[in-house]
Design a protein around this ligand. Structure first.
Ligand SMILES: C[S@@+](CC[C@H](N)C(=O)[O-])C[C@H]1O[C@@H](n2cnc3c(N)ncnc32)[C@H](O)[C@@H]1O
Length: 202
């Protein structure tokens, strides 16, 4: 994933259980750190970022690593479902969800981009004062007032119909929340089951 968002499809034969890293994917890309790591284990990755310059850096890194299973698509994360051409097994967004003005809208768009039972992984900074989250002695990460607790993130994403599947600590300062798009209800099978039960009970 580059700066904005990432999506794609799993390698065949791989379990979809561990999709925080083992899918094919769509990512908010940035400069490519997560995108390239995910592309090592995914069949295909679409990296999306609103900043084409960051995508260029990521493309350059991918080329340097002789990686060919990525597309780099400039655009707004709200349009993730149209920016990536195929339904995705997994959509990933790191260090960016806190800055999304309408988070349920984004989560709805991600839901539209996913296959049924596909997953949406978010990595966020913990809601701690910025002065406490230091790297090499310097405060890092978003401003304190922008940070979201796991509960806030879960509320925002579940408002769009996705369901929390897993909450993971990513020490020292982050957590990961993995959401799943519900499987469609098989109405026909339900009706037949119901009718069968009624006949049996008659
Ligand atoms: C803090 S950076 C995180 C980059 C990367 N995910 C990481 O963790 O290193 C946030 C990224 O989101 C991108 N971004 C901001 N608004 C966006 C939008 N509306 N659609 C897509 N990308 C966006 C920025 O260009 C930037 O690359």
């Amino acid at each position: 994933m580059v700066g904005g968002i990432m999506a794609g499809s799993c390698r065949s034969g791989r379990s979809s259980r561990n999709q925080t890293g083992h899918g094919g994917d769509r990512s908010i890309s940035g400069d490519g750190w997560f995108t390239l790591e995910i592309a090592k284990i995914a069949r295909h990755v679409v990296a999306i970022d609103i900043d084409p310059n960051l995508l260029e850096v990521a493309r350059h890194r991918a080329k340097g690593n002789r990686m060919t299973n990525l597309d780099f698509v400039p655009g707004d994360a709200y349009a993730v479902a149209t920016l990536a051409p195929r339904p995705a097994d997994f959509v990933f967004m790191a260090n960016a969800f806190h800055g999304v003005p309408d988070q349920p809208r984004l989560a709805r768009s991600v839901g539209e981009a996913l296959k049924p039972a596909g997953r949406f992984g978010i990595v966020n900074w913990h809601r701690r004062p910025r002065e406490e989250t230091t790297i090499l002695g310097e405060p890092r990460g978003p401003r304190t007032e922008l940070r979201m607790s796991p509960e806030q993130t879960i509320r925002a994403v579940e408002a769009a119909g996705l369901k929390l599947a897993q909450l993971i600590e990513v020490p020292p300062y982050h957590y990961g929340a993995v959401f799943q798009r519900p499987e469609p209800v098989d109405v026909a099978a339900d009706v037949i089951d119901h009718a069968g039960a009624r006949r049996t009970n008659a």
